[in-house]
Design a protein around this ligand. Structure first.
Ligand code: GLN
Length: 199
């Protein structure tokens, strides 16, 4: 059996976090979605989602599973990646308020502040207008969410909330502070699937 060209294979990094919700959202958005844990599973992916969860744990497990360098290489080579919440932290070139030994993969020239909204508000929902998404705003679910503190010229702001950047894209890498996989609205995953198809 061959996979139709319009159904790209998108992995969800399954070291820790809300993997299942992303698998469902990606399938609904037209991708063939599967969990990935090992370097050899990265080989034939067209794209990768890094879920929400706890970025310090994800970083530790990426090291323990020998995934850190293989993931960094794939991102550098242009693999389309979408990070939500903890995943946004993972695709940041630089991190504030991380653990001392915490690693990121990089991919977007930005500084992300971990648990940034958490100090004001542990978790909340807000209506977010996302550039490139048609049909009105999306419901943003924020759970101890990071925000983008500053970003380089190649990065493009897709959404802000309360004056802070909460969705951003640079080349093939997309990141949101919030969790579209928890809402049943698959338009942000659809945007990512389109990025993967175009890559
Ligand atoms: N605060 C978490 C972290 O630092 C992220 C929370 C989330 O992904 N919902 O990784």
């Amino acid at each position: 059996m061959t996979t139709p060209v319009d159904s790209p294979v998108i992995g969800v990094l399954a070291l820790q976090g809300d993997v299942r919700e992303h698998l469902i959202a990606l399938a609904a958005a037209g991708a063939v979605a599967r969990p990935v844990r090992r370097p050899e599973e990265l080989g034939d992916l067209d794209g990768l989602v890094i879920p929400g969860g706890e970025s310090t744990t994800m970083s530790k497990l990426a090291v323990a599973f020998g995934m850190l360098e293989p993931l960094r290489e794939r991102v550098r080579a242009g693999l389309p990646v979408y990070g939500t919440c903890a995943g946004m932290i993972m695709v940041a070139d630089k991190l504030l308020d991380g653990r001392e030994d915490q690693e990121t993969l990089g991919g977007i020239d930005m500084i992300v502040r971990r648990n940034a909204f958490g100090r004001q508000n542990e978790s909340f929902e807000a209506v977010i207008e996302v550039a490139g998404i048609e049909g009105g705003p999306v419901e943003g679910v924020f759970i101890r969410a990071p925000w983008v503190e500053s970003l380089g010229a190649r990065a493009q702001v897709l959404a802000t909330y309360d004056g802070h950047t909460v969705a951003v894209r640079q080349g093939n890498v997309l990141a949101t502070s919030f969790h579209p996989e928890l809402t049943g609205d698959h338009r942000v995953h659809g945007l990512f699937v389109d990025m993967v198809r175009a890559a």
